[in-house]
Each structure stands twice: as C-alpha cells, then as structure tokens.
Design a protein around this ligand. Structure first.
Ligand SMILES: Nc1ncnc2c1ncn2[C@@H]1O[C@H](COP(=O)(O)OP(=O)(O)OP(=O)(O)O)[C@@H](O)[C@H]1O
Length: 601
C-alpha cells in the first residue's frame, strides 16, 4: 500500500479510538511498514488480497472503540471489501464518504451508538452484499435506492429508530436471517415479495402492515385515507405488479428465443458438419455463432423490456458485481443485443463469448435445465457470491433466471482454460510452463477451493461439484481462477467436499504428467497408480518439467503423493482441501528456500 493509504488508515484508527491513543502502535499500524508485507512486522487486524497486494479487510470488532468513523480516511484504501466495526461504542454518524469505498462488500456496524440518518450515497455502493447496522440509534428514512443494489443479500437494521416505508427490495436475494427491519418505526404496507421472510423480521414496527405480518392493511377508504391520491406505498404495489408481469412476459419471450436459438444451432451445426468441423470437441475452433437470445430481441424494435426496466427492476438479471472491464452497468437488453460466439458446449450447458458495445468481453453460460428450482438456484448463486472473495475464485458478474432458463455471466478470461493450456503446450512440444509455474497454479487452486469450502461450510457445505481443468481459467497474470462455482447442484453436508478433492487431484495429476484428461479422469488416476506401482515413478512426470530448470525429483514425488491421496477411490480417505493446501504450500516453501540457496551459491 502507498504511503498515503497507510497514513489515512492510521488517522482513521486514531479517530476511532480517542480513548486509546496507543492502539495504532499496539496493532502494529506504523506508517513506515507496509500493511501487506505479510511477515512478522505486518499490521494486525487487517488482511490483504492474496496476502500481499492491497488491504482487503479491516476487523476491529469488540475493541472498546468509542470514537467516530472517518469514512473519508478509511476509503482511501481502494480495495477495501470488508469492514468489521461491530460491538464497540462508536458514536456520531455514518458519513456520506462511505460511498468512496467503491469495492465494499460487507459493512458490519452492529452494536454501536451511531446516530443520524443513513446517507443516500450508501446506495452508490454497487458491490455491497451485506449491511449490518443493527442495534444503533439511526433515525430517518431508508434511502429508497438501497433496494436497487442488485447483489444486496443481507440487510440488517433491527433495533434502531428508522422510519418511513420499506423500499421494494429484491427479497428473494436474502438468505434466512439476512433481512431484518424489526423494532424501528417503519410504517405502511410491506412490499410484495417479502412473504417468505419470517414475520419476526418485521415485528416491533407499529405502522407496518401486510404479509408476512398477521395484520392486513386496511383498504384505503375516503374517510381513513389521509390523501386522496395514491400513496407512495400504493405506487410501489403497482410497480411490483408490473415487475411480476414483466418477469412472466420475459419468460415467454425466453422460451421463444430458446426455440429460435435451437433452430439456429441446428443450422450452424449442419454447416459446420459440412465443413467437417466438430463444434463441441474443440474448444478453440468453435464457429462464430449468435448468443441464444439475441436475434428476436434485436429485430423486435418495440421490445417490451425497456432498457430501464430490464436493468433496474423489471427483469430477473441480478447484477452481483460491477464488471472491471466496463464502466457501464450491465443491462439485460444490451446483453441480448451483443454479438456472441459459441465457445463450447459442456455437460452442464453452453458458454458464449459476448462482446458488449463498449468492447468489454463477457462469458455467458447458459445452463442446461438441471431440474433445480429457480428460488434454490438464486439462493445458491447469492450465497456462493457472498463467499467468492478469493483471488483464485472467479466471481460471477450477474445471473439471470426465469422459468425458461438460467444464465450466468462472468468476465471473459483472455488466457483461456488450464485444459487448453496443457493441450497447447503438448502440441507445441511443452516447455512453456515450468515447474514453479505448475506449483503456483496447484497452490492457487488448492487455496481458492479450501477457502470456498470453509466459507460455505455453515448449514451444509456447497461444493463446486464440477471441478476440472476446463473450469480453471487463467487470469491476466496467468494465475488460476476457479470458474463456475455453485452452478452444479452438488451434494450438501458431510463429505460434500470429497468430489472436489477428487477433481483437484486429477487437475494436479494433469499438471504433473502434462496429460490433459480426454474423457475419463479415472483413466489418468489408474495410469499414474500403475506406473508408480511398477516403481517407474519418474516416467510419470511431464518431460518438460523433468528437463526444465528448478524441479527437484523429491518435491515432484511429494506433489504426486498429494495428488494420489486426493484421488483415493475411498472418499473418506481423501484429505480435506485445507490439508491439501497446507501440504502444497509446504512443498512450495521448500522449493523457494532451495531456490534462494542455489542463488546464493
Ligand atoms: N469466463 C471465461 N472466459 C474465457 N473462457 C471461458 C470462460 N468460461 C468458460 N470458458 C471456456 O468456454 C469453454 C466452454 O465452457 P463449458 O463450461 O461449457 O465447458 P466444460 O467445462 O467442458 O463444460 P461443463 O462445465 O458444462 O461441464 C471452455 O473452453 C471454457 O474454458
């Protein structure tokens, strides 16, 4: 982090703890050291992206802090994603400058003494997922635009003095226990869509009425209605009715579009067959195609999903994350209009490269109908998205779900999949990807996966369920990113991590042997086992790493053993991903040490 950021963070901490001027010093927050240097002198109570780049989380909960929040200073750290300040005695307001924390995802301020109204700029935090302001003294109305943060999946403001109406949130996004406005002074009808949220989340507000609360709203009568014109809340009801209609309508359109796309696909396939090209077999040589839904929409100039309604409230496109390649907010209609190219068809669906009007490239996966319900899919996507905060996990940018189909949008990764790289390096005679790169890739995937397993462990683990080298994409820095997390309905609960451990083991064997899996991953595992049994272990490794620089046979064999433990036919005998990551990191550290020794010699 830069000098400026370090000083700002220290000033932020000083304002937060006027009663304890030595706090910054005790926590090691010292402007002359880098918070992200990751060694013994590092700053405590914060973490950095990938342990070394930029400050990502600040955790100062339960520390007796009794000062104020200087959001201007705090938000000088550009990558800040998680701020935990709960269980203190923090006073004053939540300043409008909080919106400068453009990457903020989780903000925890519960159990403090904050006052004043919520700044309307809060709604500018387009990446916000969880806002916990409960047990404070906030007052005034909720900024209505908060409900338009499409990825918001946790909103906890219970036990404050907030008033006014509840905006029309996209309630389906909120997991159990993640929406609570109880014990405030809210009034008016609860917007539609909140029926599945328990009534306890709304109780303690004298003026609220309608489902899920037991007291129905009394129909407006001329004598009891304070204003003859429609109240803002009635307006909202209308608006929600329109939304539901639009969803229904877009469902019909999607059906038509799918049929059209299928016909287009058949034509394309015939043409491709004529040219003796296989579409599905080769990921790299797929023909230009058009994105499933684009034709009809592009030709229908008076298309009923207006840009505005599609982007904000009228469509089921849920934008989870601002794309880093484009400044513009992703809009459903533009997604449909954009030219698209079929990248490949897998067991679970097809992937298209879609280039937006401003040049940003996206990858859109259209899922085959997995049979799962839409509500379950939405919950899973939102929950996975809340967890996907690791540099080796590719977060979804948005998803779309209607009764006719499911789409998931990612940023397009120029460097392609690990599978393609391994195939390419074979064709080119190998050599491009040396031992230390392979170790780094293995460690990155293991860490990303271990992180996700840990984050998604509560209430039954969500595993990836389809981990393989075509779902490992290489980012611009050639580091691996796990893609498509959460798209497959994998087993939940005890042992749900074990298929992923197996999948990882196969990827590790692919990296070590340089033999990408063609069809059956078990074949590779059997082959490696048989060679090792015959004690021809060295024969197993990719020739290009054996002859390349930096590889030691001892560490190569250690890695092979990790891989073989992961693909043990008995799921119970496989290690957890956390153990796998530690084993690989130990090998990596040894490797780095030996490199230092050989350099100093
Ligand atoms: N975000 C992305 N950027 C670049 N390429 C991508 C992206 N997402 C997927 N791809 C590539 O698109 C191709 C097709 O992906 P798809 O997921 O359909 O194939 P698959 O992994 O074999 O199938 P499945 O995941 O359904 O089992 C693969 O080569 C994959 O690497």
């Amino acid at each position: 982090e830069s000098d400026d950021v370090r000083k700002s963070l220290i000033r932020f901490l000083e304002k937060l703890s006027p009663n304890d001027p030595q706090l910054a010093q005790r926590l090691g927050w010292n402007a002359s050291t880098d918070p992200c240097n990751g060694t013994a002198v590092g700053w405590s109570n914060l973490t950095c992206i990938d342990k070394k780049m930029a400050v990502q989380t600040i955790s100062l909960e339960g520390m007796g802090l009794n000062g104020t929040i200087d959001a201007g200073e705090l938000c000088r750290a550009p990558s800040l994603a998680v701020v935990r300040l709960q269980d203190n005695f923090i006073r004053g307001i939540l300043p409008a400058e909080i919106s400068n924390c453009a990457n903020l995802m989780h903000l925890y301020l519960r159990n403090n003494q904050l006052v004043g109204s919520l700044p309307s700029s809060l709604a500018d935090l387009g990446n916000l997922k969880l806002l916990d302001l409960s047990n404070n003294n906030f007052s005034g109305e909720l900024p209505a635009a908060l409900s338009r943060i499409s990825g918001l999946s946790g909103f906890l403001v219970q036990n404050n003095n907030l008033n006014g109406s509840i905006p029309g949130f996209w309630f389906r996004n909120f997991g159990a226990g993640y929406f609570n406005v109880s014990y405030n002074q809210f009034s008016g009808p609860i917007p539609e869509g909140a029926e599945d949220i328990g009534s306890a989340s709304f109780s303690g507000n004298q003026g609220l009425c309608g489902r899920p609360l037991p007291n129905a709203c009394s129909p407006p009568s001329p004598s009891s209605s304070p204003s003859p014109s429609p109240s803002p809340d009635q307006g909202k009801k209308d608006h929600w009715g329109t939304r539901e209609k639009l969803i229904l309508f877009s469902g019909y359109i999607a059906l038509g579009l799918f049929l059209l796309a299928y016909a287009a696909y058949r034509v394309l396939r015939k043409k491709a067959a004529k040219r003796n090209k296989k579409i599905a077999a080769s990921e790299s040589s797929s023909p230009k195609s058009s994105f499933t839904m684009n034709k009809t929409v592009a030709t229908g100039s008076e298309h009923p999903i207006s840009t505005e309604s599609a982007a904000t409230e009228g469509s089921t496109l849920v934008v989870l994350k601002k794309s880093t390649t484009t400044a513009a907010e992703l809009k459903f209609e533009e997604l449909l209009k954009a030219p698209a190219e079929l990248l490949g068809r897998g067991r679970f669906g097809s992937v298209y490269k879609v280039v937006m009007a401003d040049g940003a490239a996206l990858a859109v996966k259209r899922l085959k109908d997995s049979g799962g319900s839409g509500a379950e899919f939405r919950r899973r996507m939102v929950r996975v998205d809340m967890a996907a905060r690791h540099p080796n996990v590719l977060p979804a940018v948005a998803f779309y779900c209607s009764s006719q189909g499911k789409l998931v949008v990612y940023e397009f990764q120029q460097n392609g999949s690990l599978l393609n790289l391994l195939r390419g390096s074979n064709r080119a005679g190998g050599g491009a990807f040396d031992w230390s790169w392979r170790l780094r890739v293995a460690a990155g995937i293991a860490e990303g996966l271990a992180f996700m397993h840990k984050e998604l462990d509560s209430e039954g683990l969500i595993g990836h369920g389809n981990l393989k080298s075509s779902n490992i994409l290489m980012n611009a820095g050639m580091d691996p990113c796990i893609s498509e997390y959460g798209l497959v309905v994998a087993n939940a609960g005890d042992g749900a991590d074990k298929p992923d451990v197996y999948g990882f083991g196969i990827i590790l064997l692919e990296l070590l042997t340089g033999k990408p899996v063609q069809n059956d991953p078990q074949e590779l595992a059997k082959w490696v086992n048989s060679v090792v049994r015959e004690e021809w272990t060295v024969e197993v490794f990719d020739k290009s790493i054996v002859s390349g620089a930096g590889a030691s046979e001892e560490r190569m064999v250690q890695m092979l053993q990790v891989g073989l433990r992961c693909v043990n036919p008995s799921a119970k005998a496989r290690p957890s991903m956390d153990q796998v990551a530690s084993m690989i990191n130990a090998v990596r550290e040894e490797d780095e040490r030996s490199l230092l020794v050989s350099e100093s010699e």
